[in-house]
Design a binder for this molecule. Structure first.
Ligand code: PLP
Length: 424
């Protein structure tokens, strides 16, 4: 389908055919949802052993009764696992509750209201606060910024991570830029893996920016390879140490899409100074985290090898779903310019760009035919995709056949919207 060369008659003929195809989908009464990046029930089943795994023994390795209060920053054996996941020394780790997003919110609150280097360093005392947001990105990161009244500035995402020439230039020119969001491995939604060079440049931002600058390094998909031969991500903490910028990066991860999304364990990794400030506030808010769940997780995942074997089982369930998405996109758009996408090697998403101006229409058409897509614009700050072209596809939850059907509808919607535009 080459819309650039087609005559008016040809376009009208395609429109009629696509309209017919679309009406056929509508009569099927479909109810399919490829919106949120959640694990499927089969994936959750992989961790059902967590229930009862303690067998009545509530003592951690050092004899702590995990049922009681205390242990604000987590059990040592869980810190060890977090340290290996994030490639940092164990004393940089704090183990939280079930959600890394909550830790990110709390880390932002610390920076904004209390400061990491005393009250004077709190961003609220420093006028306008801005954050760099690589786009497309994760809507919940943007929601945190919006909640704190932090202005968001976008940076394009390249194949090897955020455009660092642009990020560095912006930071040099504007001292009110206090931080940056990063999802360094299998970025949400593009699936981008940051290169070693990009990671080192991000580690050096702390030396270019003013005092108090913090990168929020959300390594949500650090374990989520679809292929067994995926390379490990270089540790940003190592680069920070080399460049003397240890305080400029706060790291996060969790087992949400490893064990149970609603009952996993979250980690934060930070320098001693950052951790001390964070824990001071945390100690007012909590007498200690859910150590029972931490102990359960250390029994299910006694080491990295067991964790990796477990993730390989997730990959087996996810891969066919991604394959279907990518195959359908390749078949429909491999030889034309109606769409662009990146083939994800891991994570939970495929990011698709329509021709400019069409994302909202595609989402609307798909919804009419019973396929729910993430709202167009959600992958940009303030819900504003300036070119109205990015759509996030999340295929993990529906069955493979359902993903296939949803993608047939998606492809039809993209084609129909594109022909409509060409005729307008
Ligand atoms: N960070 C990213 C990039 C995500 O995509 C998600 C979930 O989709 C989260 C964080 C949520 O993490 P958690 O469940 O640990 O709060």
């Amino acid at each position: 389908m080459d819309l650039n060369q087609a005559s008016q008659e040809q376009l009208q003929q395609w429109q009629a055919q696509l309209q017919q195809e679309f009406e056929n989908f509508k009569t099927q009464g479909l109810q399919l949802d490829i919106t949120r990046g959640k694990p499927s029930s089969s994936q959750l089943d992989l961790s059902n052993q967590l229930d009862g795994i303690l067998g009545g023994d509530y003592n951690s390795a050092n004899g702590t009764d995990v049922r009681n209060y205390g242990g604000l920053d987590g059990l040592p054996e869980m810190k060890q696992l977090g340290a290996e996941i994030l490639s940092v020394p164990q004393d940089m780790i704090l183990v939280g509750g079930n959600s890394s997003l909550t830790l990110m919110f709390q880390a932002m609150m610390q920076a904004y209201f209390f400061g990491y280097a005393g009250a004077e360093s709190a961003w609220q005392n420093q006028g306008t606060v801005k954050f760099l947001c690589p786009v497309p990105g994760y809507d919940r990161h943007f929601a945190i910024c919006e909640h704190f009244g932090i202005d968001m500035l976008t940076v394009p995402m390249n194949d090897d991570g955020p455009d660092m020439d642009q990020a560095e230039a912006m930071i040099k020119a504007d001292p009110s830029i206090k931080g940056m969001w990063c999802v360094p491995k299998y970025s949400n939604p593009t699936g981008t893996v940051y290169s070693a060079e990009t990671i080192e440049r991000i580690a050096k931002l702390g030396a270019i920016a003013g005092e108090g600058f913090r990168v929020f390094w959300d390594n949500a998909y650090v374990l989520h390879d679809l292929n067994t031969d995926a390379p490990a991500l270089p540790s940003i903490a190592d680069y920070c140490q080399r460049h003397g910028t240890e305080d400029s990066v706060l790291q996060f991860a969790s087992t949400s899409k490893v064990s149970f999304a609603g009952a996993g364990v979250a980690f934060m990794a930070a320098s001693p100074a950052n951790l001390a400030a964070f824990k001071k506030t945390l100690s007012i808010a909590s007498i200690g985290p859910d150590k029972v769940n931490q102990l359960r997780h250390t029994k299910l995942f006694p080491n990295m090898a067991s964790l990796k074997a477990h993730m390989a089982k997730h990959a087996e369930l996810l891969r066919p779903r991604f394959d279907v998405v990518l195959q359908q996109l390749q078949d429909a758009f491999g030889d034309n310019d109606l769409g662009q996408w990146q083939s994800a090697e891991g994570g939970y998403f495929v990011s698709f760009d329509t021709r400019p101006g069409l994302a909202k229409r595609v989402v609307e058409l798909a919804a009419e035919a019973g396929v729910k897509l993430t709202p167009a614009g959600a992958t940009y700050p303030y819900g504003n995709d300036p070119e109205n072209r990015n759509i996030r596809i999340a295929p993990s939850v529906p069955k493979v056949e359902e993903v296939d059907l949803a993608m047939q509808v998606f492809v039809c919607a993209v084609k129909l919207a594109s022909v409509e535009q060409a005729l307008a």
